[in-house]
Structure formats: C-alpha cells, structure tokens
Design a protein around this ligand. Sequence first.
Ligand SMILES: NC(=O)c1ccc[n+]([C@@H]2O[C@H](COP(=O)([O-])OP(=O)(O)OC[C@H]3O[C@@H](n4cnc5c(N)ncnc54)[C@H](O)[C@@H]3O)[C@@H](O)[C@H]2O)c1
Length: 357
Amino acid sequence: MKKVKVRLNSHSYEIHIGSGVLRQTGHQLKELGFAGKVVIITNPIVKKLYGNALKQSLTKDGFTAIILEVPDGEEQKSLETAGRLYHGLTGHYAERTTPILALGGGVIGDLAGFVAATYLRGVPLIQIPTTLLAQVDSSIGGKVAVNHGQLKNEIGAFYQPRLVITDIDTLKTLTPKEFANGLAEVIKSAVIWDKEFFAYLERNLDQIKSLDARLLEETVFRSAKIKAEIVEKDERELGLRSILNYGHTIGHAIESASDFKMEHGEAIAIGMLAAGRISNQMGILDQSELNRLKCVIEKAGLPTKIPSLKAKRLIQAMEHDKKVLKGKIRFVLARSIGTVFITDEVNSSLIEQALVG
Ligand SMILES: NC(=O)c1ccc[n+]([C@@H]2O[C@H](COP(=O)([O-])OP(=O)(O)OC[C@H]3O[C@@H](n4cnc5c(N)ncnc54)[C@H](O)[C@@H]3O)[C@@H](O)[C@H]2O)c1
C-alpha cells in the first residue's frame, strides 16, 4: 500500500492506494476516531460489485453501515437527487459526526461529497473512488458539486474528504472505455507536471492497460500525488490549479458539440493534442515532444483527431466555456512535456488548424 498526504492548512488527509485496501476501511475509520453509524452512498452497479466487501469490513470493526443508493448516471448529479439523499440521511438519524462514504466513480464522489458538505452544515466525508478517473482526479482536492440545468458543476463547494481509500482492484471491473477515460487524466497529469512520469508511461502503458498490479499501483500513486501537490499549492483554484484543465478547453467544447455522445476521456485526449499543436505552431513546443504526446495518446487507445464536427462550431462552444475571461478563450499550453502555462493569447485561426490535425 502506498500513501499520499494532502497537506492543507486545517484539513490535511491521506490517500491510501493499493490492492485490497477497501477491506481495511473499517480499521482505517476506527483509526481516525469514528465509531457507530456510517452511511455509504453508491449506485446499483458499484453496490453489486463492492457493497458487500465494504459493508463487511465496516461491521467487522463494529460499525453500523447504512447504504443509500442512487441510480447510475451523470444526471443524478442534481439537487433533486441530493434532496432525496438528505431525506434518507434524516430518516436514518444521521448526525453531524456520521461519516458519509462515497463509493463509486466521479459522479458518486461529486454528489455524495456535495451532500456531505451541506447536510447539517457538513459531515465527515470519505472518498472510496472506484473508477480510474475518480482515483487519480475527482476524489482528490475537495471539489464537490451538482449540475444545474445544462450547467455542469454549477452548484458546489470546496469540501475536503477526511480520507481517500483507493483500491486498485476495483479497476478490474471497468470497461476498457472507462479505463481509457481515466488514462486521459493520467496522461494529463504527467504532461502538466512530471516529465519522468511521462517517460514512465511511454515505457509501461501496455502493461498498465493489462492491469499489472504493481505498475497500476505506481501509476495511480504518481498521478494522485501530482494532483495532491497542485491542490496543496492552490486549494481554491485562484491560479495554478487551473493547469489541471490542460486539454479541457477544447475537450469540453468537443463534448458539448457532440451532445455528450463522445466519451469525456476521448474528448480530453483530442483536446490535449490540439493544445500541443497550438503550442507547436506558436513555436513553443518542439515537434519531437508533440510526437511523443501523440504516441502516448494513441498507445492509451484514445483518439487524436477531431471527428466529423465542424471546427467553427467548436470554437463557438468554447466561447461559451466558463473558462472564457473577458471574451477571450483561456488555454493551458505546453512549453515542454512536464511544463505548462496559462494564456489567453491564442489566435482563433490557430485553434481551427489544431482541431483538424
Ligand atoms: N471533483 C472533481 O475534481 C472532478 C474532476 C474530474 C471529473 N469530475 C466529475 O466526475 C464525473 C465522471 O466520473 P467517472 O468518469 O468516474 O464517471 P462515473 O462516476 O459515471 O462512472 C463511470 C461508470 O462506471 C461505473 N463504475 C464505477 N466504478 C466501477 C467499477 N469499479 N467497475 C465497473 N463499473 C464501475 C459507474 O457506475 C458508471 O456507470 C463527472 O461528473 C465529472 O464532472 C469531478
């Protein structure tokens, strides 16, 4: 088992990463001083796979575990579903000291996190991420939210968990598409922060994709550590933290222009490469580095080109992106692999060229 410490002023916490750590949840919660009742928020898919193992671990250590289930899907990140969960919590007499355990992917993590942040003005939150995306990204850093109408993550808070339990064994049941979604965020973390980790991915991606336990643990560890380091430096996204949006300005536009039919990771992969191309065309990023980025994205099984969507429509979608500042589109661009910077000085003709590859 590996540990990452997220050091924040008043609310530091650990991320426990390894094979089988889900079964130690009861013990870990006891160590943190919790006792009595806990509430698990999950969905039917994840409950069927991991609900019993989690419950057993909790009851073994003397906890009473209540499960609140919500249907699967992004549309559950809503105030309506949060309302139903508050109702469930009240019905089970959950108190201010009752921890909420978010067992699932990013949807459950964001929703249960939002409920934990707001129920009784905040109850303890434990993240137990079960997708690769959630393990390397959404469970770390305290962004919790629900969507509002068409607006994603519109209502939310910064609310850090007390502990993150990241069991890499849960990745075995993900579909290859879901795994690739997470790999896009893994690649992003290397591009923005750590050229050695990028080289590690170049060497090992095939074995990581075949779920080699040692390499997978190291990958999740290194990627989670990068996110933790960035969050430590800028918890509330006043500056640096926005580099985590590398590939996302174009990626989000592709997602929305495809009416969300395209997978998030696929859109981000295209966005990361397009941002690389823009940097290259601006004379900032070497062609050899751009080639390396393309190779890794391809090796991960992610797309590198825009589908049949029109570049102009995408630029319009980007203009609506919330990262637009004073009418300009804000980009995270790569200087080299491992170093990025933020700019709004990107000519829209360059964006069009970068999109068509
Ligand atoms: N808070 C943040 O900082 C942050 C960062 C990135 C993304 N997000 C959010 O994360 C969400 C996307 O998360 P996601 O990609 O994990 O999607 P998700 O939570 O919808 O999970 C994807 C699918 O995998 C299933 N699943 C989960 N774990 C499984 C397992 N171990 N085996 C088999 N199936 C499993 C889920 O039920 C779902 O059908 C979005 O809502 C996004 O806004 C938040």
